[in-house]
Design a protein around this ligand. Structure first.
Ligand code: ATP
Length: 431
């Protein structure tokens, strides 16, 4: 029997959501490519996040910073020294694994069971490369392991150009790279992934209050994208287990099919980053208010993995209670296609032509599919499997009264609607 994650991997491959990376060359371990439907789902998640946390808020400013940054950034941020995982190697099978891995019990290799393992070594997870044609130490740069530092190094630029007053946030969506020792579990842990991050700068005395505010915002976001809060567990990280910069961290863990694991994080990074960048760069990154009081703000950092969002959303949406009829119960606003348009019969040119007309009208504003393969039942099943919330069928009555049948994915109900009201109906559906 296939496990739930195997079923999701297989559906997403079969229907064009997610493909193994570099597949025609035998793949590249743990790399994945988003296909035509996957990129729509992922973009819908990112757009929802941007609209909600950047565009619709007057206290948050968006940026898009470079993936490669001056190496001094990583020295000042502590990543060169601290951003490492403990690594052990099995002397027998030579597999390497994280020494803090759950499977690594009593110094036993999780792969072959041998007890002959090397002692722990710290392994820095940043990807190194060189700038320009000369490979020398001065030219070494690192791919960013988090988007956050882009926000810190632009703190002054954003403040100067926007005249932002505390509290305010700087946010971005972008790729991050980590040379993970044990990537795996599909898109859960990869070496190249995307983050949606927010650095929310506050007065030190309001850090706790704003931490709680973001805690609520994060939960509300999860509900909004269809993640069942029953599958979420908040884990307050004790001293000694937090990242080197954090005074308080909550991990939002999700019941993935392969276990309870981190989905998102929320941290109080204090004034660690701004202070260190000030010191290292010589540029004053203090905030100055009207009374010319100058101080380092604290920063509350809610962080969301894009790929883990896609995976959690897929896991909660996947419904195979009838194994012959799989339904992805995605929130309509996240579904790759908002609607699919069908001619009742594919061999009647007048129906096909009318269906195409409706499809052409709607696709300027909505993501819509046109499907005339097989019979209508098969088309419904096929759209259900990719989560399309509404199916629009053109039949002979359409030609006389300009109405169509709209079938709802979740209730299966069919209603007659006027063609010129369809856009309004879909707009409401995805709001
Ligand atoms: P983990 O404990 O799972 O390694 P982390 O605590 O190192 O994660 P953060 O540094 O808090 O993760 O990164 C912020 C977010 O980025 C995570 O909550 C997660 O959603 C995402 N993320 C981190 N590492 C990866 C990865 N290797 N692949 C996919 N997403 C990731």
């Amino acid at each position: 029997m296939e496990s739930k994650i195997e079923k999701i991997v297989s559906l997403t491959k079969r229907r064009g959501f997610i493909f193994p990376g570099s597949e025609i060359y035998g793949g590249l371990a743990n790399s994945w490519d988003y296909g035509p439907l996957g990129v729509e789902l992922k973009n819908n998640i990112k757009k929802l996040w941007w609209d909600r946390f950047v565009k619709s808020r007057s206290d948050v400013f968006g940026i898009d910073s470079a993936l490669l940054m001056n190496a001094k950034v990583w020295e000042a941020s502590g990543h060169l020294k601290e951003f490492s995982d403990p690594l052990s190697e099995c002397k027998k099978c030579h597999n390497r694994f994280r020494a803090d891995d759950e499977d690594f019990k009593n110094g036993k290799c999780p792969n072959c069971g041998s007890k002959e393992v090397t002692s722990e070594k710290q392994f820095n997870m940043m990807f190194k490369t060189t700038l320009g044609p000369v490979e020398s130490d001065e030219n070494i740069v690192y791919f960013r392991p988090e988007t956050a530092q882009g926000m810190f190094v632009n703190f002054k630029n954003v403040m100067d150009t926007t005249r932002a007053k505390l509290p305010f946030g700087i946010a971005q969506i972008g790729k991050a790279f980590r040379n993970e020792i044990t990537p795996g579990n599909f898109i859960f842990r990869t070496r190249e992934f995307e983050q949606m991050e927010m650095e929310y700068f506050v007065r030190p005395e309001e850090a706790e209050e704003k931490f709680e505010m973001w805690r609520d915002e994060m939960k509300s976001w999860m509900e909004d994208v269809g993640i069942n809060l029953k599958h979420i567990h908040e884990l307050e990280l004790p001293d000694g287990e937090r990242a080197h910069y954090s005074a308080r961290t909550i991990d939002f863990e999700y019941d993935f099919p392969f276990g309870k694991k981190e989905l998102y994080g929320l941290a109080n990074r204090t004034d660690f980053d701004l202070k260190n960048h000030s010191k290292a760069s010589g540029v004053d990154l203090k905030y100055k208010n009207e009374d010319s009081e100058a101080f380092y703000p604290f920063v509350i950092e809610p962080t969301w993995g894009v790929d883990r969002s896609v995976l959690a959303v897929l896991c909660d949406a996947y419904d195979d209670s009838d194994p012959k009829h799989i339904v992805l119960r995605l929130k309509p606003k996240l579904a790759p296609y908002t609607a699919a348009v069908f001619p009742l019969l594919a061999n009647k040119p007048e129906l096909v032509e009318k269906a195409r007309e409706i499809y052409d009208d709607l696709r300027g504003e909505f993501s819509v599919a046109l499907d005339d393969r097989g019979n209508i039942g098969k088309r419904y099943f096929s759209q259900d499997e990719i989560g399309t919330p509404y199916c629009i069928t053109v039949d002979f009555d359409t030609l006389n009264d300009d109405t169509v049948t709209v079938r709802d994915r979740d209730t299966g109900e069919q209603e007659r609607r006027k063609i010129d009201e369809l856009a309004d109906f879909l707009r409401k559906g995805i709001s």
